[in-house]
Write a protein that binds this ligand. Sequence first.
Ligand SMILES: Cc1cc2nc3c(=O)[nH]c(=O)nc-3n(C[C@H](O)[C@H](O)[C@H](O)COP(=O)(O)OP(=O)(O)OC[C@H]3O[C@@H](n4cnc5c(N)ncnc54)[C@H](O)[C@@H]3O)c2cc1C
Ligand SMILES: NC(=O)c1ccc[n+]([C@@H]2O[C@H](COP(=O)([O-])OP(=O)(O)OC[C@H]3O[C@@H](n4cnc5c(N)ncnc54)[C@H](OP(=O)(O)O)[C@@H]3O)[C@@H](O)[C@H]2O)c1
Length: 293
Amino acid sequence: MRSGQSRPIVDMTEQKPVTESTAQKVPALPDAQTVTEVKHYTDRLFSFKCTRPASLRFRSGEFVMIGLMGGPDPKTGKQKPLLRAYSIASPSWDEEMEFYSIKVQDGPLTSKLQHIQPGDEVILRPKPVGTLVHDALIPGKRIWFFATGTGFAPFASLLREPQTYQDYDEVIITHTCREAGELTYGRDLIEALKDDELLNEVIGEDFWKKIKYYPTTTREESAKMGRITDLIRSGEAYADLDVEPLNPESDRAMICGNLAFNLELKEMLEEAGLEEGANSKPAQYVVEKAFLD
Ligand SMILES: Cc1cc2nc3c(=O)[nH]c(=O)nc-3n(C[C@H](O)[C@H](O)[C@H](O)COP(=O)(O)OP(=O)(O)OC[C@H]3O[C@@H](n4cnc5c(N)ncnc54)[C@H](O)[C@@H]3O)c2cc1C
Ligand SMILES: NC(=O)c1ccc[n+]([C@@H]2O[C@H](COP(=O)([O-])OP(=O)(O)OC[C@H]3O[C@@H](n4cnc5c(N)ncnc54)[C@H](OP(=O)(O)O)[C@@H]3O)[C@@H](O)[C@H]2O)c1
């Protein structure tokens, strides 16, 4: 669906022909932002960037509602925005917004959203919220980011946020997906961090040495196979990462994955003695669903 057609404003007094350069672009959608870049990773995953509303402030790790205009109501003919929750994958300081998205073939939104192209418009409601924020955690030494699938998105933001490296000595990011191709977005992003100008300048050239990246797959061969939950339970993840087991004194964690994953990890963290935090009551770990089921 192309939604970015501009409606030219014709200046009748001067009778000038409306050309590309004289036409003023009028947004066709409410809260419209313009898509600037789209990248496809697999037949189920893509990312895109769009312009950022001038007044939008958010904390790295938060989510917003984004979407497209839905089809006309069969009775009234009126169109309503079709919106879904999306983690902002870009950091709070970035001048553009980035999102990392699933493509659900019969999904009301993503069956259409997967076809957006630069120049198209998306709706972005400028009301960021969420619990995967540094403010919801009390100080610690080591932070774990636990993700499955598109649950990597909030951590794509937090991994590019200077505060992550100011607050912690060690940053461990685990990403479990079914197939190896589903790790590409995260792997590329972490690889690119080494050359991140802002982080190198603000934190220092060695900041990326704080990061330990632990990607695993469950249904396709890759360097590390298995669910992160099982790998932690067996002690294999600790041995691979060369770290001490989770403990409430030093460890803080953020979880973002499917419901069963979130619940299983929550239980494991509680067993290790960590307490769940919130914006209103910071503690040792926080959780958010990567999608509703
Ligand atoms: C707090 C929050 C943050 C979210 N952030 C993101 C994000 O950053 N990126 C993103 O792609 N989605 C995210 N989602 C999910 C998103 O809101 C939509 O569900 C998704 O875009 C699909 O929309 P849809 O209308 O096509 O299908 P829907 O009707 O919303 O979903 C149809 C079915 O597809 C499956 N599904 C939906 N989303 C996903 C997903 N992300 N991964 C795997 N299976 C899924 C579920 O089984 C769901 O029942 C988030 C959801 C929540 C609650
Ligand atoms: N990914 C695909 O190739 C694919 C293709 C077509 C349709 N779908 C559908 O899309 C939906 C979402 O699929 P998805 O792959 O994006 O997400 P997902 O089902 O949430 O799986 C993502 C990863 O999380 C792991 N996982 C699931 N539950 C876990 C738990 N309790 N503890 C630890 N790890 C856990 C999975 O391992 P396991 O593999 O062991 O479950 C998988 O590696 C599903 O309804 C699926 O049927 C997916």
